[in-house]
Design a protein. Structure first.
Length: 325
């Protein structure tokens, strides 16, 4: 009998020593820092929110920068770090260089970082001896591949000949710079095509519209336009409408906003590349969680891919999920 009591007491004691460990299991909190206020990042936020809810993670969403650039993003980052209370940072750095030092300072405080949509340096975080290899991963599009594929689609739309113009945003944003580089390579494959200009609107849609209109007036025989993100594409679309050139100038727009998709339906735009921002966000939460809770090795690059909307599939119900929310 005494022996049985001893066993019961031993089991109770063992369970008591386990209980505090369970109770102490850390409640994880992640901080999301978007690049700018636009439908791409609000869709990404939705993906992040859903995955955090599923995994029981607290989420802090930093103030959306009102414009693109380190001068807007870094103060918001530093204020959030000052407040603290998070273990993982999911951020779209707005400069390949200017965000290196501020993010290294965050990392040195013991906060793990995944860059979403954009990256630091050349985005290869597996390289030793660099000043940008501290994030766990880059999770985003293969922008150069996308830019090249856009060029190939646009070339087909214009019969593989004529002048094209590229309306871009900011050469310091890894995503946009790679799209432009890919587009240049793609157009160079067509001997009868010429890229007449690349202009940067710095994420100001009105500026994109003005620059595109001026380009159309300068080269009256432009046959195709590539708008490389929400602001560039929407500004370029409006310029073509205002110039009365709908149909005469083919447009490829990057980013599946409701406005770009509506313009595709109306025949203003001919091609829309949809990234997968919600999936990027969701994957970033999942990998950060796995790393922090199980020390799982995170792939240095995760590329969710993209989809092309054309007039043939734009009303296909299976494509609806790719329109930004
Ligand atoms: O195209 C996206 C994003 O991928 C890019 O890095 C910045 O611009 C957007 O947010 C669209 O405005």
């Amino acid at each position: 009998m005494k022996k049985r009591y001893a066993i019961v007491i031993a089991v109770l004691l063992a369970s008591l020593t386990v209980m505090p460990a369970v109770a102490q299991k850390q409640q994880l909190t992640f901080l999301f820092m978007p690049g700018v206020q636009d439908p791409f990042y609000t869709t990404m936020e939705k993906g992040i929110r859903a995955k955090c809810k599923e995994l029981g993670i607290n989420l802090i969403v930093a103030e959306y920068p009102k414009a693109w650039g380190p001068e807007y993003q870094v103060p918001i980052l530093q204020a959030a770090v000052q407040r603290g209370g998070f273990q993982g940072l999911l951020i779209a750095p707005t400069s390949v260089d200017a965000l290196k030092a501020p993010l290294k300072a965050v990392y040195d405080k013991g906060i793990e970082i995944i860059t979403v949509d954009t990256f630091l340096g050349d985005g290869d975080y597996s390289k030793p001896n660099t000043d940008y290899n501290f994030p766990l991963s880059y999770i985003g599009s293969d922008n150069e591949l996308g830019g090249k594929q856009v060029a190939e689609h646009l070339a087909k739309l214009v019969g593989e000949k004529g002048k094209v113009y590229c309306q871009a945003t900011n050469p310091d944003a890894s995503s946009v710079a790679a799209r432009v580089a890919g587009f240049k390579k793609g157009i160079a494959e067509f001997p009868n095509m010429k890229l007449v200009g690349v202009e940067w609107c710095l994420d100001v849609q009105q500026k994109a519209q003005e620059q595109t209109l001026a380009a159309l007036q300068k080269d009256k025989d432009i046959v195709g336009i590539f708008g490389v993100n929400v602001f560039s594409a929407q500004g370029a679309n409006q310029a073509v409408v205002n110039a009365g050139l709908v149909g005469a100038v083919k447009i490829a727009s990057w980013d599946a906003t409701v406005s770009n998709i509506d313009n595709l339906r109306k025949g203003v735009v001919d091609l829309v590349l949809a990234q997968k921002p919600a999936e990027m966000g969701s994957l970033a939460v999942e990998w950060m969680y796995k790393y922090l809770t199980q020390k799982v090795q995170v792939p240095k690059k995760v590329i969710p891919g993209f989809e092309f909307f054309t007039k043939d599939n734009v009303n296909d119900p299976a494509m609806a999920q790719y329109i930004y929310q």
